[in-house]
Design a protein around this ligand. Structure first.
Ligand SMILES: Nc1ncnc2c1ncn2[C@@H]1O[C@H](COP(=O)(O)OP(=O)(O)OP(=O)(O)O)[C@@H](O)[C@H]1O
Length: 261
């Protein structure tokens, strides 16, 4: 196991008496790769990310490298990871730039030597990479849904986390921004970050992810390389869809969701 692998074993998590994940174990999620987390609505994908981020009560074992995520302090966790939630705050009095700077200020010790100008430069560079530097001075709560998603992603990326948890990061984005964001996420992964992204679009998951974890009813259904994890049987068992999956000679995967099974 490497220092940037996430391992999850015998994980149980939920909300009060409602247990969503029961004794869930999965193969290690490696640094340097994108792992897509897929499955139907209510399967427990967000709950899994929230358990890793320490946002729901959980038991079992979650380790990121040597760090025990279930007993780590909030500051130890935030030094290692960033979490972009599915539902973004409706009210935030800050501008986009201020919100990104404040995310950066909550970052690891290397920021101690940075002055205000350096914070601003790093934040602007991140906004520029996402193509939203023109939104820097806009109030966060006046943004469109997609702009808000991009600004929230900037808050996560600016911290250069070693573990990046993304809950439906492209659900509100136009095609161009989807490509831009997934390219940036891929660059972060290739730099060594372990990325877990909840994606509903299986075609996008097949295109961008190195491996896919399929969840059903709070449990692991299967996991593996896209060509192994996405199959007609999986579409039927997990989504109740009669479909087919074709892998071309160049290795591209085409998913045809035919009709309700
Ligand atoms: N705050 C909460 N309190 C109680 N139950 C919750 C809460 N949040 C989620 N749940 C329940 O936990 C289960 C799993 O929800 P979760 O959000 O993890 O699923 P998901 O796979 O991310 O779904 P989606 O694809 O619809 O976002 C659902 O049955 C949901 O009703």
């Amino acid at each position: 196991m490497s220092a940037s692998d996430l391992t999850i074993r015998s994980l149980s998590a939920g909300y009060g008496a409602r247990k969503v994940l029961r004794d869930l174990s999965m193969p290690p999620i490696p640094g340097g790769k994108i792992t897509a987390l897929v499955g139907p609505n209510g399967a427990g994908k967000t709950t899994l990310l929230r358990a890793v981020a320490g946002l729901v009560p959980a038991s079992g074992d979650i380790r990121f490298g040597a760090l025990d995520m279930l007993t780590a302090s909030a500051s130890e966790r935030s030094r290692a990871m960033a979490f972009m939630p599915q539902f973004l705050p409706q009210r935030m009095a800050l501008s986009v730039l201020e919100s990104v700077i404040s995310a950066l200020r909550a970052s690891p010790p290397q920021i101690e030597r940075m002055d205000a100008a350096a914070f601003r430069d790093v934040a602007l560079e991140t906004l520029s990479g996402l193509g939203i530097v023109d939104l820097a001075l806009q109030p966060f709560d006046k943004l469109s849904g997609g702009q808000r998603q991009l600004a929230s992603l900037a808050q996560a990326l600016v911290r250069k986390p070693r573990l990046l948890l993304l809950d439906e990061p492209t659900s509100a984005l136009d095609l161009r921004h989807q490509l831009q964001v997934m390219n940036i996420v891929k660059t972060a992964a290739r730099g060594g970050t372990a990325v877990i992204a909840v994606l509903h679009d299986l075609q996008a998951a097949a295109r961008w992810a190195d491996s896919i974890v399929v969840m059903k009813s709070g449990a692991l259904y299967t996991s593996g390389a896209p060509a192994d994890a996405i199959s007609a049987t999986m579409l039927s068992d997990v989504y109740g869809i009669d479909g087919s999956v074709e892998t071309t000679s160049s290795g591209d995967i085409h998913i045809h969701a035919g009709r309700l099974a």
